[in-house]
Design a protein around this ligand. Sequence first.
Ligand SMILES: [Zn+2]
Ligand SMILES: [Zn+2]
Length: 133
Amino acid sequence: MSSYYSSLKRGVKWFRKVMMDILFGTVIINSWVLYNHGKPVQMPKKNFMEAIIEALTQVPILTETANECAAMPKTNHTFENKGIKRRNCAGCYNKLRATLNSKDAQRKTKKIKSYCGECNKGYCAKCFYENHL
Ligand SMILES: [Zn+2]
Ligand SMILES: [Zn+2]
């Protein structure tokens, strides 16, 4: 049984190597040319290659912009702590709501002045990061 697995592993390695050779070889250029043939909008070669690699590996390629986003909360969500009125923390409320009815959950939820500028929902600092990272 173990020998079966190790030969399978070797097979996968070999397959990967061949795939890489194909990906970065002439085949990809040819298919890119074919893909763009007759299309009004030409796809850049880089995008085309990334799409193929993504499809093969099922792993999304992180472009420079995606990397930037991953380091920050999604899009323009901002933690504001100068709210005019206190509101319920949406995160704490959701957590309490799992065990309480909405009235009790609302009563027990932290009242905070901080909120997310984008969601326009109240969030305590802890819940803001929990809900946005
Ligand atoms: Zn909270
Ligand atoms: Zn938000």
